[in-house]
Write a protein that binds this ligand. Structure first.
Ligand code: HPA
Length: 271
C-alpha cells in the first residue's frame, strides 16, 4: 500500500505542479460544484495509477485541479462507495494520496436522509460528528506508523475551527445551515422506517452511505476536515415517502450552490 500511495502521489505531483492545500470530495448530485472551479485541468480516474474506477450512476469519476475562491484546489468528482464492492482501503486510498501530496484540509460533501424533524429536503447540514456503523473499519489491519498512529483520537473529527468559520459565513450570507450528527451505513438500501427511527434514537440527525471512512482516514493522517450533508429525503416518522436515486440527485443539485458558496469563502480564508 505504501508503495502505491507514493507512486500515485508522484504521478499527480508531476501533473499538478504546485500542490493545493485543500481537497474536496463532491458527493452524489454535487458534481456541479465542479463548474465553479476555474482554470481546470481534469484527470479521469482511469488514467491515475492505482486509483479504483468509480462505477455508480451520477459519479463520473475524475480528479479536477483548478482554483476555487482564487485558491488552488483538487476535487474528486465521484467517490468510491463501499456498497460498490470496493474494500475500505480502496474507498480511502485517495485520502492517503492527498496526504502524501501535502494536502492539509479535506472538504467532504454527501447526500443524506434527514432524521431530525426540524430538517427539510434541500437543507444543508454541517456535520459536527459521526456514528460509524460500517461493517468494516478503514484502519483494520496492520498500522503503518508513517501514515498515522495505531489508535487515532476522534474527539474532534470535524474541525471545530472550520465549523465555526462555516457557521459564521452562513450567517453573514443568509444561508440556512443546519448542523448535526451523520450516521454512516453501508447501504445500498435506503432505510426502513424502523431503521430511520433507530438512527434518530441513537443520536443521528442524518444518514448516508459515505463520508465516514474518508473522514476516519483523514483523521488518522491528521488532516483537518469540514463536511456537509445535503438533506435529500426525510427519514422522519410521518414524512417518509418512497426515495429514488434520481430524487436524491435532484435535491442535491438544487442545494449545492449554497454549499459551494460556503466552501469558496472558507477557501479564501484558509488558502
Ligand atoms: N439513507 C441513506 N443514504 C442516503 C439517503 C438515505 O435516506 N439519502 C441519500 N443518501
Amino acid at each position: 500500500m505504501l508503495e502505491n500511495i507514493k507512486q500515485t502521489a508522484t504521478y499527480l505531483k508531476n501533473k499538478i505542479g504546485d500542490v493545493p492545500n485543500t481537497a474536496i470530495i463532491l458527493g452524489t448530485g454535487l458534481g456541479e460544484l465542479a463548474h465553479e472551479i476555474e482554470d481546470k485541468n481534469e484527470i479521469p480516474y482511469t488514467e491515475i495509477p492505482n486509483f479504483p474506477v468509480s462505477t455508480v450512476e451520477g459519479h463520473s469519476g475524475k480528479l479536477i485541479i483548478g482554483t476555487l475562491g482564487g485558491k488552488k484546489v483538487v476535487a474528486m468528482q465521484g467517490r468510491f462507495h463501499y456498497y460498490e464492492g470496493y474494500d475500505m482501503k480502496q474507498v480511502t486510498f485517495p485520502i492517503r494520496v492527498f496526504k502524501a501530496l501535502g494536502i492539509e484540509y479535506l472538504f467532504v460533501s454527501n447526500a443524506a436522509g434527514g432524521m431530525n424533524p426540524s430538517f427539510d429536503i434541500g437543507d444543508i447540514m454541517l456535520i459536527e460528528d459521526h456514528i460509524n456503523l460500517f461493517p468494516e473499519h478503514p484502519l483494520h489491519g496492520k498500522n503503518h506508523n508513517e501514515l498515522g498512529t495505531r489508535f487515532p483520537d476522534m474527539s474532534e473529527a470535524y474541525s471545530k475551527e472550520l465549523r465555526l468559520m462555516a457557521m459564521e459565513i452562513a450567517r453573514q450570507k443568509n444561508i440556512k445551515l443546519q448542523h448535526g450528527i451523520y450516521v454512516g451505513v453501508q447501504g445500498p438500501t435506503f432505510e426502513t422506517p424502523a431503521e430511520y427511527n433507530f438512527f434518530r434514537i441513537i443520536g443521528g440527525d442524518a444518514v448516508g452511505m459515505s463520508t465516514v471512512p474518508e473522514v476516519i482516514v483523514a483523521n488518522h493522517a491528521r488532516m483537518k476536515v469540514l463536511a456537509f450533508s445535503i438533506i435529500t429525503d426525510l427519514g422522519v416518522i410521518g414524512k417518509i415517502v418512497e426515495v429514488s436515486h434520481e430524487d436524491v440527485q435532484e435535491a442535491a443539485r438544487i442545494a449545492q450552490p449554497k454549499m459551494a458558496e460556503i466552501m469558496r469563502t472558507i477557501m479564501q480564508k484558509i488558502g
